[in-house]
Design a binder for this molecule. Sequence first.
Ligand code: RNT
Ligand code: ZN
Length: 425
Amino acid sequence: MNDSPTPSHIERAYALARERYAALGVDTEAALERLAQVSISLHCWQGDDVGGFENPDAALGGGLAVTGNYPGKPRNADELRQDLDKAYSLIPGRHRLNLHAIYAETGGRRVERTDLQPEHFARWVDWAKANGHGLDFNPTCFAHPLAASGFTLASYDERIRQFWIDHCIVCRRIGAYFGRELGTPCITNIWIPDGYKDTPADRLTPRLLLRDSLDRILAEKLDPAHNRDAVEGKLFGIGAESYTVGSHEFYLGYALTRGVMLCLDSGHFHPTETIADKLSAVLTYLDEVLLHVSRGVRWDSDHVVTLNDELQAIMQEVVRGGFLERVHIGLDFFDASINRVAAWVIGARNALRGLLMALLEPIETLRAYERRGDYTARLALQEEIRGLPFGAVWDAYCLRQGVPVGMAFLDEIKAYEATVLAQRG
Ligand code: RNT
Ligand code: ZN
């Protein structure tokens, strides 16, 4: 596509947009400065269909499913990093990487998940250092024979439960290693698939087991400058439609009583329930929250993030509440039916665009209308905002950050597909 705007077009459009926003009392320069400070955690698992390197052909299980077979899937960690480098080069700003334990590099040796060590992630750390990425981490409590029963940290089988406790313990230490090495705290997020397809006879005992498992995992005190813990709830998974041990309420209570972070995944609630409204509620009590920005479609919780109303509402709440320091934004989706690098870039650029839209709101005016009870003016302005020249501000941001403007990012991905992805057998 050679219909991309020239730098001078972009600057002229931006100058007009800037005036238009200024008339509403919005400083576009301040918004762009703030946006440049936000680091989003890109999820490594979009790159290879949640495969990892332990046993990439293992059934995912845990209610997770990736559909599609787009050519060019990376075959090893170097290829995954190569794809990530490409993605980051097309996303404005400096961003983090969110790793899963199955992305360990063990030099071809089978290392049990309970034996994972920092050294198995040394190459990720070297890469992160060289490229200025912070790292986040996740124990992998699925795609393993000991998760085949559908239960891990809440298993009645003490051997299985202990195995997953031990796995999570080593993962927290690896998280602390990331934080220490990179000088930015790693968020280690625990999500487990445990649940029942059909109506349980006992909803309580698995939850008591899970609480006990988490307490044992978190017993070791780690420096919060290095590692911070998060727990992620879910409403249901494929094959666990009737009961999920780690529900939202369970983890909300856990996070509040234990002082850990709550992870809110936007695909993990009832279809009409949005996490936007939850942020101000949980942050009234919790210090920090982790977001998994995703998009639920019917029973799938992990479609590529689009710039829809829900995303905008989430980002508005993050900004309006003054929560940019307390909400850690991560992405969580997987789609193998389209170019995997493009999926990362589209989702991440959308998350940033949603954030920029929120930073460009004439929020003081909206609040003033609301306080004086003028809901007519509030609605009128909210709807007027949708037509403001937001795109011109975004384009200027991409230009300044040295990433492609508009559809030009796709040209680069197509070229990468032809030269790099097509060579992978
Ligand atoms: C699953 C959770 C979890 C996973 C990743 C792969 O429903 O959202 O965050 O997507 O751990
Ligand atoms: Zn998630």
